[in-house]
Design a protein around this ligand. Structure first.
Ligand code: NI
Ligand code: MN
Length: 225
């Protein structure tokens, strides 16, 4: 499993030969101006919630690639009306896709579309594929619901927001890593705007002091599990 960081909460996940994009917000992110969205491959686009900083490039990429949008019922309905193939889910549900299993799990946040219309309830994803299991928390507060995940899934990586203000910050993300029983964390949702700028070295040190590993990738860089 190869995981590429495209800035903010945008990820590319390659499982076998299947390309999955998560929350593509690239064309609106000045820090990601070196990423060409017209060159990104996508068989699926997973969307955690309807905020602009998670859906901005979904329509353009889905229409170019024919990717299937996987999200909550309201977001799937929204993109279906734009002529995009969608797979609707809701909290607690899971589905076996050709690349593996996806479960849509709880997040504590909000989920309006940019025009203010209802975007359902926000979520995260647990993905099991190629013998690797990852948790994409989405935008969320720390929540006890995270403790449900390791009851069923032994995670290899937790992708957690760490920028604070709109989501968990570093200290809560460390507790989240305990809750999901995964000490290997990829940070996201930091530095994009003034509200969520973080001190990288201080953040990594705090994780290290708890014997955990916080990875902060440059935009365009990847890790392999
Ligand atoms: Ni959000
Ligand atoms: Mn966000």
């Amino acid at each position: 499993m190869k995981i590429t960081f495209y800035g903010h909460a945008s990820l590319g996940i390659q499982v076998n030969d299947v390309d999955i994009l998560v929350d593509p917000f690239i064309s609106g992110n000045p820090k990601a101006s070196h990423i060409n969205i017209d060159a990104l491959k996508a068989d699926y686009i997973l969307v955690t919630h309807a905020h602009q900083d998670h859906i901005l490039d979904v329509e353009v990429i889905a229409k170019r690639t024919g990717a299937v949008v996987v999200s909550n019922f309201e977001i799937a309905t929204h993109f279906e009306k734009l002529g995009i193939d969608c797979h609707p889910m809701n909290h607690g549900g899971k589905w076996d896709f050709d690349f593996g299993t996806v479960k849509y799990v709880n997040a504590i946040h909000t989920s309006s579309f940019p025009d203010g219309s209802y975007g359902g309830q926000p979520g995260g994803f647990v993905i099991e594929g190629e013998h690797k299991n990852i948790y994409i928390a989405g935008d969320t507060a720390l929540t006890f619901d995270m403790k449900l995940i390791p009851l069923q899934t032994k995670l290899d990586l937790a992708i957690l927001p760490i920028g604070d203000n709109f989501t968990m910050g570093i200290d809560d993300a460390i507790l989240a890593s305990d809750f999901v029983a995964c000490d290997k964390v990829l940070g996201c949702h930091f530095d994009t705007f003034g509200y969520i700028e973080i001190d990288h070295e201080a953040a990594k040190r705090k994780f290290f002091e708890k014997e955990k590993d916080l990875m902060l990738l440059e935009i365009g860089d990847f890790i392999e599990l």
